[in-house]
Design a protein around this ligand. Structure first.
Ligand SMILES: Cc1cc2nc3c(=O)[nH]c(=O)nc-3n(C[C@H](O)[C@H](O)[C@H](O)COP(=O)(O)OP(=O)(O)OC[C@H]3O[C@@H](n4cnc5c(N)ncnc54)[C@H](O)[C@@H]3O)c2cc1C
Length: 576
């Protein structure tokens, strides 16, 4: 049986010692939120994290280094790139961040179809590395599958989630402008960043040329002006260093390490166990619920069981699928809660393949101060109110403009004249990219390898996820529209690019354990509890029905906070 989850040697430290009110699997963005909410509500909560501990401030070894402090001036050595082709494709990998990324050989998986699985195994997970773009999903995103007849209907509406968006935004600290767009609802914002002069010019020209398009300043998880709740977390105003993915000494951006985990710890209810690889969830047939989890120590490989009344699965989409698929029992031979055989299926992601670059004449007397951590955003304008294109759904657009380095007067890329030229700002350039919704399909799936295991005795994950014709049409439309918008905005030398990157490199993987109204076609109910194992909650990307065109992590946070509060209420009522 895959995983053989009942067949591992247990060296348990005694049931009472290993018993908590709640267990959270994973300490990243969603796990941190589960920990905060459950601990605040008084539950003794064990957070199990497979990676090493990363303590805010103490474990950010590169946070204050300058480029010349790095042997290769931040570039990864070619040898490392060659040995790690998957993670090397992630733009954020550098000498300053490599300690937060999983290297290819450390944690292998099987790519039945090309899939770049980018991971951060440590306390804080990918919350240390993320780009912090945070927009609410709109009612159109939640209504999409039902209206357009793909996947299944979302069991919740935007209005049901809206108070939870507010809840997490206030605590995390989200900067943004009140733009009044129903395609990207406003939130509880800290002051917005400001577009630079060329970004503003493009905004004005695009907005005035198109009735259906609205360029706005990006929304992001940065403390532009901290409120008391942020100061209480020990966080300070963002300094605009854009060295975020090294860990921020100011706590200027939201990470589990700077925000939710220390907050949970302050309650006295948190037990955090790094180096604890969750193997599977224990299901008790008599009680008809989960009673705990099996854990393998990352270093000693000793197995231990931990017990709790409530279990939150927050290992990030693919690993949450893996843990559940590996949680087999005679009641659930194909994975926990998997009566309908859909566990691991309908995995989707974001289509990031299309980009454009262009030049902008003039503005040579204009510069900008500091390094803002966000650019311009444009919510999706395709198929919003009704189906009108030859593809389903749409894409949002991100763009930014900046001055190039070097005034172009140098003839050679070496010597004094080159150095002098490089100390002057060059002309303006624009970079534009798409973030396209992909349609969840049964064929895009994850499963466990039947014959290969990792060094912790856990079957390797097989990824079988690919683009389809809809993605190609969407990409083509973006490249045409991007070209048209930049032309209308007066840009020159417009170049389009299809990166042809594999799914996964977007790092927005979602689905496999989707929510839904009907247990025959979904795994989770409207509160993220498993239909067939009510005390197990999955609240990360795995639970998503569809992907929207918006960034996903703010929605994972809101769903997690909502589910945690529901779980506490149910516990109090004696229902779990
Ligand atoms: C470079 C980069 C840029 C990004 N930019 C954005 C952005 O701008 N906006 C946005 O919304 N999202 C962005 N993301 C995605 C975002 O980081 C993820 O959506 C988010 O971190 C997911 O939260 P999570 O809790 O599901 O997973 P994670 O934050 O990855 O945390 C999961 C944790 O679970 C642990 N774990 C896994 N398996 C086990 C196991 N078996 N036992 C115990 N622990 C386990 C992992 O080690 C990890 O710490 C970006 C990601 C990256 C890497």
């Amino acid at each position: 049986m895959p995983g053989d989850s009942t067949q591992i040697n247990i060296n348990s430290g005694g049931t009472a010692k290993n018993t908590f009110d709640a267990i959270v699997i994973g300490s990243g963005i969603s796990g941190g939120w589960a920990a905060k909410e459950l601990c605040e509500k008084g539950l003794k909560t064990l957070v199990l994290e497979r990676g090493k501990n990363v303590v805010h401030l103490k474990d950010y070894p590169t946070a204050t280094k300058d480029p010349w402090d790095f042997t290769h001036r931040l570039r990864m050595p070619l040898k490392v790139e060659k040995e790690n082709p998957i993670v090397s494709r992630c733009y954020a990998l550098s000498e300053a961040t490599e300690h937060f990324f999983v290297k290819d050989k450390q944690h292998p998986y099987v790519q039945e179809k090309p899939f770049d699985w980018i991971r951060g195994y440590q306390v804080g997970g990918k919350s240390l590395l993320w780009a912090r773009a945070t927009q609410r999903w709109s009612k159109y995103d939640f209504e999409g599958p039902g209206r357009d007849g793909f996947a299944v209907e979302w069991p919740i509406t935007y209005d049901e989630l809206a108070p939870w968006y507010s809840h997490v935004e206030k605590f995390a600290g989200i900067s943004g402008n009140m733009d009044g767009l129903d395609t990207m609802p406003d939130g509880e914002f800290l002051p917005p960043w400001e577009l630079n002069t060329v970004e503003k010019e493009l905004q004005q020209k695009i907005n005035s040329n198109y009735k259906d398009r609205n360029v706005i300043i990006g929304r992001c998880a940065h403390l532009t002006k901290p409120n008391q709740i942020h100061l209480d977390q020990g966080r300070q105003q963002c300094q605009g260093r854009t060295m975020c993915d090294r860990g921020c000494p100011f706590g200027g951006y939201f990470s589990s390490n700077a925000s939710t985990l220390p907050w949970a710890e302050k309650t006295g209810n948190l037990t955090l166990r790094p180096d604890s690889v969750v193997h599977s969830i224990i299901y008790d047939e008599k009680k008809q619920k989960a009673t705990g989890v099996r854990v393998i120590d990352a270093h000693t490989k000793v197995a231990t069981e931990y017990f709790a009344k409530v279990i939150f699965v927050n290992a990030a989409c693919l690993n949450s699928n893996l843990v559940l698929l590996n949680s087999t029992s005679s009641r659930f031979p194909n994975g926990l809660g998997n009566d309908n055989g859909l566990l691991g299926k309908y995995v989707a992601f974001h289509n990031y393949r299309g980009t454009l670059t262009a030049d902008v004449d003039g503005h040579l007397d204009q510069y900008y101060y500091g390094r803002k951590p966000t650019g311009a955003m444009m919510p999706n304008f395709r198929n919003v109110h009704k189906q009108e294109m030859d593809f389903l759904r749409g894409y949002m657009v991100h763009y930014s403009a900046g001055r190039r380095t070097g005034d172009g007067s140098n003839k050679e890329d070496i010597g004094g004249a080159y150095k002098d030229a490089m100390s002057e700002p060059g002309g303006w350039g624009v970079f534009m990219m798409m973030q396209g919704e992909t349609i969840p399909k049964e064929s895009n799936h994850l499963r466990l390898s039947k014959d290969e295991k990792d060094e912790w005795g856990i079957p390797l994950l097989v990824t079988s996820v690919a683009y389809d014709d809809n993605d190609e049409k969407l990409l083509k439309d973006f490249l045409e529209q991007g070209q048209e918008m930049l032309t209308k905005a007066g840009c020159k030398n417009i170049r389009t690019n299809d990166s042809k990157q594999a799914p996964g490199l977007d790092i927005h993987e979602m689905g496999g354990v989707r929510m839904g109204k009907d247990p025959a076609t979904s795994l989770l109910d409207k509160n993220n509890a498993m239909h067939h194992c009510k005390n197990v909650f999955v609240t990360d990307g795995a639970s998503m029905v569809s992907t929207s065109t918006q960034n996903p992590s703010l929605t994972f946070m809101a769903l997690t906070a909502r589910a945690a509060n529901y779980a506490v209420d149910e516990l109090k009522k004696g229902n779990l």
